[in-house]
Design a binder for this molecule. Structure first.
Ligand code: GLN
Length: 553
């Protein structure tokens, strides 16, 4: 039997330079060369999953079908590979430690002395197991953090041991950064050289260096790195900044990185392999738009210190882009800070500038008043609105307050004592919170949803043509539309076009097309299923409606 191959992707110098995109792109390319590939993210955090991490600090929490709350890199993996990932494809240090400690507490090690080696071995087991579960031939494993961090040392050690045990089946790719300090005006390779030395001190040597920088590396810099780091000059790959992460696979292909990596593992492209033509078509389409559409996203997690961070909504942003590209449109995205719409009624008029507005998911009280004002304005002025998760709950609250005249309508999350809890907590959730069980206890992952005939939802998903009634979408929320108010809201014109199959949970709320061009909210997170090669139908319907209203204006 052919041996399984492993490619470890590690980061040098600093974080945020594209390890995740490198991993995803390599995956796509090797898949195109006919190999069954799986991608794994090893996250150094002690959090047992990403669900409890602060969004402004960590970015988006990406939810898998299973309900596992993971890092946003997993979203990139799914988007590049164009397939769903599973629990085996993700681990945090916390997850591994918890497993080892729980096993020890239940005498799973039969009284042996447990130390760091057991943690390392558990990591190796997970690396190997992910490949097995995926029935893949090549595992590409991204180790979070940067070379030199003490936090990711266990993952590095596990990778080293895997290499020692299977020398010809393991390759290391280091994604590094070469700064060009303004005062010096020259590209500096020293930090990369030091990062390689640091990696060497772990007993690991990189086979490839992906040299990220503002501009392409010149041959002098390549020679310097090759010489100082003892790697063939051809294995120092220049990866300058580019406009879109979706261009990276093609650039890698142009540089024949896939072939080189395969060669280092004694493999070559398989005969009749599919290549990445579909991907190339997507990239070409993304660059050849005929019109523009102005979409605003109203959020509250944008500001960190002096910087604006849109990472929290990365899947939402991507979902809008994919649908725009599919429709031949250029997305013009604007971030609006919810709090700014709280008291200033005149500011609401600014919303007329946009063809469509999204209120994405969120938690807690801040920004809510602003979001409710925005939703009201969009409804009354017939500007396309797409509410996601909290966005749908707020749609329902706004409708209850303004149309049903339930002035104290609210969600339990904000005011548990409100007179009309049109969005409430489910009994089983109540118990979890009472016991302080916050982590991994929301309604998480994929659930079926029954779609009502003759609605925007049905048309968007093209269900009639497919003779289907059910869709599956991923969730991440604790609160639900209160069933006790559904009849009254429906009588007042709000259509619940998607429900759980037993009819008890409201999944989609919309206003009929004759009342409003697009006013729709979903309790789930459709953005998690939007892919470059298969844009999400609801985002596409929203963008289409936005484009139309813009043309009519
Ligand atoms: N805060 C809301 C809830 O927990 C919505 C969550 C979300 O938008 N992801 O139900």
């Amino acid at each position: 039997m052919k041996s399984h191959k492993y490619i470890f992707v590690v980061g040098g110098v600093m974080s945020g330079v594209g390890k995740g995109i490198t991993t995803s792109s390599l995956g796509l390319i090797l898949q195109g060369k006919g190999y069954k590939v799986n991608l794994v993210k090893a996250d150094p955090y002690l959090n047992v999953d990403a669900g409890t991490m602060n969004p402004t600090e960590h970015g988006e929490v990406f939810v898998l079908n299973s309900g596992l709350e993971t890092d946003q890199d997993m979203g990139n993996y799914e988007r590049f590979l164009n397939r769903d990932l599973s629990n085996e494809d993700y681990m945090t240090s916390g997850m591994v430690y918890k497993y080892v400690i729980d096993k020890e507490r239940s005498l799973g090690f039969r009284g042996k002395c447990i130390d760091a080696d057991n943690v390392r071995d558990e990591i190796i087991h997970r690396f190997i197991n992910a490949g097995k579960v995926n029935k893949s031939e090549i595992s590409i494993i991204e180790i979070g953090g940067t070379v030199g961090d003490y936090q990711n040392i266990m993952f590095m050690e596990a990778a080293r041991v895997l290499k020692v045990k299977n020398p010809s089946d393991v390759a290391f790719v280091m994604v590094s950064y070469l700064p060009i300090p303004k005062t010096i005006g020259e590209m500096k390779s020293k930090p990369t050289q030091n990062a390689v030395r640091q990696l060497n001190s772990y007993g690991i040597h990189p086979d490839f260096i992906i040299a990220r920088a503002e501009v392409a590396l010149d041959s002098k810099r390549k020679e310097k790195i090759a010489m100082a780091c003892s790697i063939p000059i051809g294995n120092v790959i220049s990866a300058p900044d580019i406009g879109s992460v979706y261009d990276v696979p093609q650039n890698f292909e142009n540089d024949r990185i896939g072939e080189m990596v395969l060669k280092s593992l004694s493999l070559k492209s398989k005969k009749n392999s599919p290549g990445i033509n579909d991907w190339k078509k997507f990239v070409t389409r993304a660059k050849s738009q005929k019109g523009e559409v102005n979409i605003a996203i109203v959020g509250k997690y944008f500001n960190t210190g002096d910087f604006v961070l849109s990472d929290v909504y990365v899947s939402v942003i991507d979902a809008v882009k994919f649908s725009c590209y599919a429709l031949g449109l250029k997305p013009k995205l604007t971030w609006l800070v919810a709090q700014e719409f709280e008291n200033d009624k005149a500011k609401l008029k600014e919303l007329n500038k946009y063809d469509g507005v999204i209120v994405p998911g969120g938690f807690g009280e801040s920004g809510i008043v602003g979001k409710l004002n925005v939703i009201n304005y969009l409804r009354v002025n017939k500007i396309p609105f797409f509410g996601i998760c909290y966005g749908m709950q707020l749609l329902v609250i706004e409708y209850a307050r303004d149309v049903l005249k339930l002035k104290d309508a609210n969600t339990h999350e904000i005011n548990p004592n409100a007179t009309d809890l049109v969005v409430d907590i489910m009994p089983e959730q109540k118990k979890k919170l009472k016991d302080g069980k916050y982590g991994g206890t929301m309604r998480l992952g994929a659930y079926p949803c029954l779609i009502k005939k003759g609605t925007i939802a049905e048309r968007s998903y093209s269900l009639e043509a497919k003779n289907l009634k059910l869709i599956h979408e991923r969730h991440r929320h604790r609160y639900e539309v209160n069933p006790e108010y559904v009849q009254r809201l429906s009588d007042a014109g709000l259509v619940f076009s998607g429900t759980s199959p037993d009819g008890s949970l409201m999944e989609i709320a919309e206003l009929p097309k004759k009342i409003h061009p697009f006013f729709l909210g979903v309790q789930f997170h459709p953005e998690f299923l939007a892919r470059p090669l298969s844009p999400h139908p609801l985002f596409t319907a929203f963008v289409e409606a936005s484009q139309k209203t813009s043309r009519e204006a």
